[in-house]
Design a protein around this ligand. Structure first.
Ligand code: ACO
Length: 325
């Protein structure tokens, strides 16, 4: 029987430094009221000088391994979803592999910006289903504070730094994957003709600089509310489920208005949505695993629960996943 990937552990880490809306308002022409009513964000965490994406990823990974009851030597693969790697190369994942003391397997980065965690879930699930990996560490880790234009009030208020990690393990031989826990489906999309809506204006082969994030916020918003509802419906339909079957919606945390609009379209009540955007802001690929870990650790997500995840990001890329916990 084809093995299925189960999420057997979660972990997360956010840098110590908190930057509140009120502090931002002392540096740029903005206000807590403007940011909160437009986005639902109150604060974000900012990596310290010398604290890299790999450092955040490592801390989240150690917690995920501990919660799965595994040692790094049990891992076959490390995938780090990030748009803010430590260096152009090598992959941040190989640094994490070395820092964990993992002795075998493969490590690589995945770049799908805010959809990176959903893309990574799909990859890990497929490696496990194909029998090519037994235990995969999937991390979403970002230091977006390093690519923000801190003079541009329309973007710099929206993002934060952090990392979330999950361990995906193959279901044991003989376990019934249809009735049990595991990744039920993943659906991925992209439309490269929409690159100009959200991008970084630098890179190794274009400008030779790191660059800054640029965004047409209203346009991104418009695409997000349509595509996210669509891809969530696609996941439900593919599994013969409806919104009433979902215990928790764990969306990418970009903007509370996008999340509310998607939930309204799906008919999902607000008390079944895991929301962290108020205290994390948009942490790109890290936002879903950060939210997952929070809801697992505080007891909201319980074994047997059906979890719907969705995300959209630069590219544009978007996707969804249904997971039985
Ligand atoms: N503080 C105060 N005023 C501001 C700020 C700020 N931080 N930023 C912009 N403004 C001003 C603008 O200059 C504009 O002023 P003007 O009317 O005098 O020109 C006014 O506020 C309205 O600006 P809009 O851009 O029209 O504001 P809008 O209501 O569209 O909200 C926002 C902007 C929050 C960026 C919204 O478009 C949005 O959330 N878009 C989605 C973008 C997103 O979440 N991207 C994340 C990555 S993709 C993803 O993860 C889905």
């Amino acid at each position: 029987m084809t093995p299925r990937a189960r999420i057997t552990g979660t972990g997360s880490y956010v840098p110590e430094k908190i930057l509140t809306n009120a502090e931002l308002a002392t540096r740029i022409d903005t206000s807590d009221e403007w940011i909160f009513t437009r986005t639902g964000i109150r604060q974000r965490h900012i990596a310290a000088e010398g604290e890299h994406t790999s450092d955040l990823a490592l801390k989240a990974s150690r917690k995920a391994l501990e919660s799965a009851g595994l040692d790094a030597r049990d891992l076959d693969m490390v995938i780090v979803a990030t748009a803010t790697p430590d260096n152009t190369f090598p992959a941040t994942a190989t640094r994490v592999q070395a820092m964990l003391g993992m002795e075998k397997g493969a490590a690589f980065d995945l770049q799908a910006v805010c959809s990176g965690f959903i893309y990574g879930l799909s990859l890990a699930d497929n490696f496990i289903r194909a029998g090519q990996a037994g235990n995969v560490l999937l991390v979403g880790a970002e230091t977006f504070s390093r690519i923000l234009d801190w003079e541009d009030r329309s973007t710099c208020v929206l993002f934060g730094d952090g990392a979330g990690a999950v361990i995906l393990s193959a279901t044991a031989a003989g376990e019934n994957p249809d009735g049990g826990a595991g990744v039920l489906s993943t659906h991925l999309h992209s439309d490269g003709s929409l690159t100009d809506l959200l991008y970084v204006d630098g890179g190794p082969s274009s400008t030779g600089t790191v660059g800054h994030l640029r965004m047409l916020g209203k346009e991104v918003f418009r695409h997000a509310v349509v595509r996210l509802a669509e891809v969530a419906e696609e996941a439900l339909e593919a599994n013969g489920l409806n919104c009433g079957d979902i215990d928790w919606l764990v969306p990418h945390q970009a903007n509370k208005r996008i999340i509310d609009s998607t939930a309204r379209k799906l008919g999902m009540p607000s008390d079944r949505i895991v929301l962290t955007v108020d205290h994390h802001a948009n942490t790109s690929a890290a936002s879903i695993p950060l939210a997952l870990d929070e809801a697992v650790r505080d007891g909201r997500i319980k074994p047997g629960n059906l979890i719907l995840m969705e995300a959209m990001g630069g590219g544009l890329t978007w996707g969804s996943s249904l997971v039985r916990w």
